[in-house]
Design a protein around this ligand. Sequence first.
Ligand code: SF4
Length: 379
Amino acid sequence: MKYIDEFRDGATAGRLAARIAAELQPGRRYHFMEFCGGHTHAISRYGITELLPEAVQMIHGPGCPVCVLPIGRIDQAIELALARGALLCTYGDVMRVPASQGLSLMRAKARGADIRMVYSAADALGLAREQPQREVVFLAIGFETTTPPTALVIRQAAREGLANFSALCCHVLTPSAMTHILESVEVRERALLPLDGFVGPAHVSIVIGFAPYEQFAAHYRKPVVIAGFEPLDVMQAVLMLVRQVNEGRAEVENEFSRAVTREGNLAAQAAVAEVFEVRPEFEWRGLGSVPFSALQIRPAYAAFDAERRFDLPYRSVPDHPQCECGAILRGVKKPSDCKLFGTVCTPENPMVSCMVSSEGACAAHYSYGRFRDIALVST
Ligand code: SF4
């Protein structure tokens, strides 16, 4: 297949669904976690849950970069913009994430803070060049996909001797989060989260390759199939996972071979390794403090590290007490299990980040009609 329409062809999807159904073992249930928010979005948008047989259950994972950002990190960014006078730039979705004291970056902007939405890390660097009298801070978030551009702008700022640019680094690591889930009490002890395999990340894997997932297949006996974000990619990945489970195999397979290799993008990995090192621990929304799960800027580039430059403390802040985001990000609950879903919490009035980003499980369910299930149940 060559064109995007072909990866969204309904007739082919129907044939794949029939193939999956035909290959299921009678009486067996299959539980697969789609790690990425991009897959969650595709599954909701294209109605993949309805196409799959009832015996195949898809479980949302923690792979939405905005959703896993804890309140304390947004608070840090707001402090930089409101209290320290910095010009703060970040990607669009982050602007609406609720923070402490009823604030968000958007609301802080309404209070006079200079906060700008940018489309790329390079845009933030451009602002620093244009306004040398201002401290420009880039709130850098995301998984391995968005880390290389941050590394490149920090390296470029160092080369240009830009004294007014820094990054508040909140980049997180996919394999650490997968390990955390597999080691969680819910998976290992309570069997609250039956997991037969993973639909592995698409864009992240373009950067890091698929070799890092081989440990999950070897050590935890969990199959991983790397899949693209189109609906037929997801359907094909589910079929490959079903076959692995049926045959008792636990391997890493690459459905997204048009973009992903075992080694990944070595140039991007080298840029990241030059600028960043692994943090001893980092707080994730939903997962709590996860060891070796995020990146920080190396001492050689300390001048571009906003946390050091502004001596910025980190304070952990609990989520809304009724929000189930944490359990949803760990895969043990669904958005419809939250009492606030579709009533108090909607994309227009998000209580927590899972309802903000289009990759968030709650926003995806709401936007593509899953909220109707709630309405039907409650009438
Ligand atoms: S519906 Fe809103 S409050 Fe409930 S889990 Fe989702 S984001 Fe949190």
